[in-house]
Design a protein around this ligand. Structure first.
Ligand SMILES: [Zn+2]
Length: 108
């Protein structure tokens, strides 16, 4: 009876296939995410007020559809540009999210 063996092999191959598909989907979702403005240090969002940062972050959604919960804020620099980094995490899948803002016009 090779039927059960073949069925088992089919199930195993199916599981591996689904896992690989999820892995690729997650990676491409991440890639799309990083190409969005404000989601990587090389493409910060230009803002002129700190309020703009709050409203931008509030409008963001995780790739799973969750909301961003703010965790920390800090500064970094990308070349000569001072960039403000806001870190948060998804309230559903706890994926870390970072947003980058260029604050060149903010009055200090
Ligand atoms: Zn999420």
């Amino acid at each position: 009876m090779g039927g059960i063996g073949a069925l088992m092999a089919f199930v195993v191959v199916g599981c591996v296939g689904v896992m690989a598909q999820r892995y690729v989907a997650k990676r491409s979702a991440r890639k799309v995410w990083l190409e969005r403005p404000g989601c990587s240090a090389s493409s910060p969002v230009q803002v002129s007020r700190f309020d703009d940062i709050d409203s931008f972050v509030r409008a963001q959604r995780c790739t799973c559809g969750g909301r961003c919960v703010l965790r920390s804020e800090g500064g970094t620099s990308e070349g000569a540009i001072a960039v403000r980094v806001v870190r948060g995490e998804c309230d559903r899948c706890e994926d870390e999210m970072s947003f980058y803002f260029e604050l060149s016009e903010v009055q200090h």
